[in-house]
Design a protein around this ligand. Structure first.
Ligand SMILES: [Zn+2]
Length: 213
C-alpha cells in the first residue's frame, strides 16, 4: 500500500537511532556539533557496495557515490566533493571503491543503447577503449567485466591524483589515495595494486606568476 515503505523506513530509523545511541552514547551529540571525517569514500551507487562494509559510524566517512564510481573531468559534483573533503575537511585517506558484478561495467562491455546513461558510461567506455587489447585477450565476458572493474578503479585513482587539491595534499604528505575492490558475494574488501601513472607529468599544472608567451 502507498506509504507503507516510508512508514517502514521511519520505524527502522527510530530503532536504529535508539540502538546507536545505546552503543555510542556521545555519537549524536558530537555529530550535532559538526563533522570531522578522516576518510573520503568514492564508490558505486550499487545497493550492495556501500561504505557500510567498513562498519563506519556516522561522522567518520565523507561519501560520494555514482554509477561505476567515477570521477570524470568536468563533473562538478564529484570535483566539489573532492575539493571540500581535501581542502576543508582535510581527510587523510581517499578510497576509490569498485566492485565485481557492477551493472555499469557490464553495460559498458555490451553495446545496448540505454539512453541518457550512455553519456555517463562513455567515461567508462574510454577506459574500455584504452585497454581493449588486454580485455579482448580474456576468454569470457565475466573475466572482461572483472578486469574492467579493476582498470576503472586504477583510472579513477589516477584521475583523483591529477586534481589540484589532491596534487597539493599529496605534495604536503597529508593524504593517501587507495583503490579497493569489494566482493558483493562475500562482503570482503581488498586493496588493488595501483600501477604508477605513466602520464602523470602530462597532467601536471602548477601555479605560476610568469606570463605565458
Ligand atoms: Zn557498480
Amino acid at each position: 500500500m502507498k506509504g507503507d515503505m516510508l512508514n517502514k523506513l521511519l520505524d527502522q530509523n527510530k530503532q536504529w537511532a535508539d540502538k546507536m545511541d545505546k552503543a555510542h552514547p556521545d555519537l549524536f551529540e558530537r555529530n550535532g556539533k559538526g563533522q570531522q571525517p578522516e576518510v573520503l569514500w568514492i564508490g558505486c551507487s550499487d545497493s550492495r557496495a556501500g561504505e557500510g562494509c567498513v562498519d563506519c559510524l556516522p561522522g567518520t566517512v565523507f561519501v560520494h557515490r555514482n554509477i561505476a564510481n567515477m570521477l570524470p573531468y568536468g563533473d562538478l559534483s564529484s570535483l566539489s566533493v573532492v575539493q571540500f573533503a581535501v581542502e576543508v575537511l582535510r581527510v587523510e585517506q581517499i578510497i576509490i571503491c569498485g566492485h565485481y558484478d557492477c551493472g555499469g561495467v557490464v553495460a559498458t562491455m555490451g553495446n545496448k543503447r540505454l539512453g541518457l546513461m550512455d553519456n555517463w558510461l562513455k567515461h567508462l567506455r574510454d577506459v574500455r577503449a584504452r585497454h581493449k587489447d588486454e580485455l579482448y585477450s580474456l576468454e569470457t565476458l565475466k573475466e572482461r567485466c572483472n578486469r574492467l572493474v579493476e582498470l576503472n578503479i586504477i583510472a579513477q585513482v589516477h584521475n583523483v591524483k591529477r586534481m589540484a587539491p589532491v596534487v597539493d595534499a599529496l605534495a604536503e604528505g597529508r593524504i593517501e589515495v587507495a583503490g579497493v575492490l569489494y566482493d558483493v558475494g562475500t562482503g570482503l574488501l581488498r586493496t588493488l595494486e595501483i600501477p604508477a601513472d605513466s602520464n602523470e607529468e602530462d597532467y601536471l599544472v602548477v601555479e605560476s606568476n610568469e606570463s605565458v608567451e
